[in-house]
Write a protein that binds this ligand. Structure first.
Ligand code: COA
Length: 415
């Protein structure tokens, strides 16, 4: 079976996490992704957070599946010529260097267009144009400047960053969408274009509901589904909402049986309005279904703490999986707090290819997250990440270099 992006060639000039997330997705959809790495060193993540001596780290392997690796010193004049040959052969260049690095290397947008007017140049940067455009940015900086940190955590504590890599992987995902959209437009215009995904913008896009709430707060001074209501105070900006649901159906994280010794013995419970009567039945508070103080969503808003405390008295008598089973029988939305260990062992995630075991010649077997986006006509096969420069000769030969020329470039330190 073919793949959605068969025939698309990506010059992958990315490193660390945001850019590699994007190009790994494109590779899973069938693009030929050629990762250009610094000769002798490679992507810095190959050696970061290592758990097996001398083997590429999980940080690297889990973000660089299905790619080919070539090493080129793109500051060496002869190495530059090799990169130029690649630019002429590829459809998309993806990069996430610090601002200005590509220009300093001599590969400005104008130069790339001269070499290949159909080339799409896609970049991740920390910020879009403006006062901070020259700044280097990492994940947590993006979370802080994109509105995630100020709105995450509890009211009486400091801002908190989330473990989900919404700045890096999230922005890589945004960039991938920009690239396939630009490829589609190119089929009509015949032209390449620049695609920019700024990490601040990507995080803010994911925090859209908090900008919604900022405006609600300014208009009404209070947000009734927030835990600050009715006894706390609201300031000028959207406060941290703890584990409140963020939507129109109030929810909270509740203790389950074993919470005293298991840090993840909790369940997320949603008091969805259409199933309120069933909730009352399950927790043994049948009278709340008709009591005007509890029967409607609006009546419940000032009593959410009391209601969740009552539900928790019930969930504490069940394990999170027992609670999940019982609540699902009644169509009550909920979800157990799964640990990474539980997720790694989850059979159904393995069956769908969301968790995949991969074999690597140096590190051996490891688990990774496969393609979370399933296409019925473009199945994903997860192939181990390349060793540093594993495909240099193969790619050079495809570019038309003879074995003698390749050897000479190697001696010159260009590759
Ligand atoms: N051959 C020769 N030189 C190479 C090369 C190659 N194959 N590949 C990269 N380089 C050079 C670059 O030209 C640059 O040189 P310069 O500083 O002289 O211009 C240098 O390597 C370092 O690149 P840089 O991107 O500045 O790396 P860094 O380690 O200093 O910064 C980041 C890392 C992530 C902070 C920075 O790249 C960044 O802000 N990127 C954009 C935002 C982003 O993606 N952040 C999230 C990362 S998960």
């Amino acid at each position: 079976m073919g793949k959605a992006l068969d025939g698309v060639r990506i010059l992958d000039f990315t490193h660390v996490q945001s850019g590699p997330t994007c190009t790994q997705l494109l590779a899973w959809f069938g693009a030929d992704v050629i990762k250009v790495e610094r000769a002798g060193a490679g992507d810095i993540t190959r050696e970061q957070l290592r758990d097996v001596p001398d083997a590429d780290s999980l940080y690297f392997t889990m973000l660089n599946h299905n790619k080919r690796s070539v090493t080129i010193d793109t500051k060496n004049p002869e190495g530059k010529l090799v990169l130029e040959a690649l630019i002429q052969k590829c459809d998309v260049m993806v990069e996430n260097f610090a601002p200005g690095a590509l220009d300093r290397m001599g590969f400005t947008w104008e130069r790339i267009q001269e070499l290949n007017p159909k080339m799409i140049v896609a970049s991740v940067k920390g910020f879009g144009p403006g006062p901070y455009e020259d700044c280097k940015v990492y994940e947590n900086v993006a979370q802080c400047v994109g509105g995630a940190a100020s709105t995450t955590g509890f009211d009486d504590g400091p801002p908190v960053v989330t473990g989900a890599q919404i700045g890096d992987s999230g922005t890589g995902l945004h960039l991938a969408l920009g690239i396939v959209t630009a490829l589609y437009q190119r089929t009509m215009t015949g032209r390449g274009q620049k695609v920019l995904a700024a990490m601040q913008d990507g995080v803010l896009n994911l925090c859209r509901v908090k900008l919604r709430d900022q405006q609600r707060l300014e208009r009404t001074g209070v947000m009734k589904e927030y835990p600050q209501y009715p006894n706390g105070t609201f300031g000028e900006a959207v406060p941290r909402a703890g584990n409140a649901s963020g939507g129109g159906q109030p929810g909270w994280i509740l203790k389950c049986k074993g919470w005293e010794h298991d840090p993840n013995a909790y369940i997320y419970f949603i008091t969805q309005a259409p199933v309120w009567a069933k909730i009352c039945n399950v927790i043994g508070k049948e009278e709340w279904a008709t009591d005007p103080e509890y029967a409607t969503p609006n009546a419940r808003l000032p009593r959410l703490k009391e209601i969740f405390a009552e539900v928790e008295r019930w969930t504490m008598t069940k394990t999170k999986f027992e609670a999940m089973e019982i609540l699902n029988e009644h169509d009550i939305p909920c979800g157990p707090i799964l640990s990474m260990k539980e997720i790694a062992d989850d059979e159904s995630l393995r069956k769908t290819g969301t968790i995949v075991e991969v074999d690597h010649p140096v590190r051996g077997k490891y688990l990774t997250v496969g393609n979370p986006i399933k296409l019925s006509d473009s199945p994903t096969e997860v192939i181990r990440s390349p060793l540093l420069g594993e495909h240099t000769e193969e790619v050079m030969a495809e570019l038309g270099y003879s074995p003698e020329q390749i050897e000479a470039l190697r001696t010159a330190g260009a590759i």
